[in-house]
Write a new protein. Structure first.
Length: 222
């Protein structure tokens, strides 16, 4: 079970931010409200909502004790995920070497080859679309969801490093100026990196605003 304490202008806003930070769905969490938001007279003395969000213990219990487990996903799940990604690339006319591993409850698949730019697309949009399709196919008719992250030439890892550096710089600027900083519109993956990077920063808090695909992270000084 993983937990994160989160603040927000409203309880719902805090919940959505915590969900993005944990990388789970609404059905996979429990919420404890630590402090309700309050608004002082003329907007002075405003107090944000503070909640504790925890993931439910939903790991798959395998009947076959000899089956190797990957944080809830079986070896068979890894094989199916790799085959699914490979078939999509084949239909795109792309030949690639695929490697899988498990990390933080996700099945990760990285593709290496000469035409990875086509797979990645503009700002990773094609990669996100492929990932959505892979997860949709693998979780069809399943009660216990598995989560797959697809990558190409470790694009997501490089992107995470850039986003983490940006998050730290913008947090420092928010503290220095005393003003909120709204970042550019980002994908759920990118927003989660920002939230995770700054979740232990005692000087700022983060929350997301807007509707997809125009949803972004706001960094607010405490």
């Amino acid at each position: 079970m993983r937990s994160v304490e989160q603040t927000g202008k409203t309880v719902e806003e805090a919940i959505q931010t915590a969900i993005e930070a944990l990388g789970v769905s609404r059905e996979e969490i429990t919420v404890d409200i630590l402090e309700e938001p309050t608004r002082g007279m003329f907007g002075l003395g405003t107090k944000e909502a503070r909640i504790l969000v925890s993931t439910k213990d939903g790991e798959k219990k395998l009947k076959d004790s000899e089956t190797k487990s990957y944080a809830g996903a079986s070896e068979e799940d890894h094989v199916k995920a790799k085959e699914c990604f490979g078939q999509i690339l084949s239909l795109m006319g792309i030949d690639a070497e695929l490697e899988t591993w498990d990390e933080d409850g996700y099945i990760h698949i990285n593709a290496e080859g000469p035409e990875m730019g086509i797979i990645i697309g503009r700002q990773g949009q094609t990669l996100d679309s492929i990932q959505f399709i892979v997860n949709l196919i693998l979780n069809k008719h399943r009660e216990d969801r598995i989560r797959v992250i697809v990558d190409a030439e470790s694009y997501r890892e490089r992107r995470k490093e850039i986003l983490a550096s940006t998050a730290e710089k913008m947090a420092a600027r928010a503290v220095q100026t005393g003003q909120e900083i709204a970042l550019a519109y980002m994908t759920p993956f990118e927003r989660r990196v920002i939230h995770t990077t700054l979740q232990d920063n005692e000087d700022v808090t983060t929350f997301s605003e807007g509707e997809e695909p125009y949803r972004r992270v706001v960094i607010s000084p405490k």
